[in-house]
Design a protein around this ligand. Structure first.
Ligand code: ATP
Ligand code: MG
Length: 414
């Protein structure tokens, strides 16, 4: 993409109404736009990052047998009454509205009820199981506080997967598979080193749920981390009894702030029973389907990446989720060569941002490049050409290198 065609303006100053680093950097870089508290639009650069994250999640969910679908946002009140989750006293984050005929509907904040209800048409016998459905869909939550940028939105994208299995053993097997897939996702987006599988409060079916918590001062959660065992315990379940049960010692644990980027949950028959989602076993006996739910917030994940990948100049995207892999910056005397390099890289299907603007000083261009945070910066100037090519620098390093133009293209071919 030519930067002259990128309409978004960067900002030198932090927006006054933002306090979190992710919102400040993403707004300054022109990745997102705040519509109101907790409600953000994705601009071209942010949308590119979002799509990269989405595809990584999709690949890993498909790899464990997930079937992608897309459910509706509008929810039938009657369905949610069946499971006792319609009343505002039971669920305090509902956003509700009315149809023209006066009928009350909800905007989905999760999808257990509608997913289980849908499955009633598709599950009859044990032969139909297991099934794993997932979607990447917009959720609405009337969160009391929304001060952490993309980390806690009132409208946000979630990947939610639901497992439908015959018994606890089958659930347990998939649960572990999904936990491993989550770690792969966090590895691929560059936060695995700081992300801990964390024991958290469970439900009626299991004592614990598992959260995936990324260490960050910006996090809203407090966890206790055993760095050697690579495991953590959420403060909400941090008691002597629990530590004993998990074989953890207080002296090995460190208190940390963390961001809950994902959450997996064994639900058992909590929803299948009230909704009547049953299957016939080998003997023809009707049994409730055993369910599990597995969530990742895409915006929150993007925020966690930004919170853990930045310096005083801006964002430092890991290549896997960067909006572009390379940023060609043309300075005077290097315009023609920069354009040719850009065209060659595009012809090779490489995702490149090309700063072809003529009305900005080199200093301004470089400050913007650092703010946007594309991993590889390639300056083409009269000076670099005289030195033998382009000046190449990685965003996370101070080292620059003169690379002949023809080698840059070859090096980047995947
Ligand atoms: P939290 O404890 O942070 O309120 P939760 O436990 O209610 O979140 P889940 O219902 O399990 O979250 O949702 C699954 C995932 O969706 C979370 O792990 C998180 O990544 C994301 N998520 C939840 N709420 C929000 C939100 N308000 N804004 C952005 N992402 C969210
Ligand atoms: Mg939670």
């Amino acid at each position: 993409m030519r930067q002259s065609k990128l309409f978004t303006k960067t900002r030198k100053e932090a927006p006054k109404d933002e306090t979190s680093k992710n919102a400040i950097l993403l707004t300054r870089g022109g990745f997102i736009n705040k519509e109101m508290a907790g409600v953000y639009s994705y601009l071209p650069l942010g949308f590119k990052v979002l799509q990269k994250i989405e595809n990584i999640i999709r690949e890993e969910m498909n790899a464990i047998g997930g079937a992608e679908l897309l459910l509706t946002t509008l929810q039938d009140a009657e369905l949610w009454k069946t499971s006792d989750r319609w009343d505002d006293k039971a669920v305090d984050i509902w956003l509700k509205t009315k149809l023209a005929n006066g009928k009350e509907v909800g905007l989905a904040w999760t999808h257990e009820e509608s997913m289980a209800n849908l499955m009633k048409h598709h599950i009859d016998s044990y032969k139909d199981l297991p099934i794993y459905t997932y979607q990447i869909q917009t959720k609405f939550r009337n969160e009391l506080r929304a001060k952490s940028g993309l980390m806690r939105g009132r409208e946000f994208l979630m990947k939610d997967l639901y497992s439908f299995t015959k018994n606890e053993k089958e659930l347990e097997e998939f649960y572990e598979k999904c936990a491993a897939a989550y770690m792969k996702i966090f590895e691929r987006v560059g936060i695995a080193g700081k992300t801990y599988r964390t024991f958290a409060a469970g439900g009626s079916f299991s004592k614990f749920s598992d959260e995936f918590q990324t260490l960050s001062e910006a996090g809203e959660d407090t966890i206790y981390v055993d760095t050697k065992k690579k495991i953590a315990v959420n403060k909400e379940v941090y008691t002597d009894d629990v530590l004993k049960e998990l074989g953890l010692k207080k002296e090995d644990l460190r208190e940390e702030k963390a961001i809950e980027v994902g959450n997996i949950f064994k639900q058992g028959t909590r929803f299948s029973e009230p909704l009547g989602l049953m299957y016939k076993d080998e003997k023809g006996i009707k049994k409730p389907v055993i369910m599990g739910a597995y969530g990742i917030g895409l915006g929150r994940l993007m925020a966690a990446i930004v919170e853990t990948h930045n310096d005083e100049k801006g964002i430092m995207w890991p290549e896997s989720v960067a909006p572009f892999v390379a940023h060609i910056v043309a300075f005077s005397g290097g315009e023609k060569e920069a354009r040719e390099l850009y065209e060659k890289m595009v012809a090779q299907n490489l995702e490149v941002l090309y700063d072809d603007r003529r009305d900005l000083s080199p200093g301004e261009k470089l400050a913007e490049a650092d703010l946007i945070g594309i991993p590889k910066r390639i300056i083409v100037s009269e000076k670099s050409l005289k030195a033998g090519g382009a000046e190449v620098k990685m965003r996370d390093s101070e080292k620059t290198e003169i690379v002949p133009l023809k080698d840059i293209i070859l090096k980047n071919v995947k």
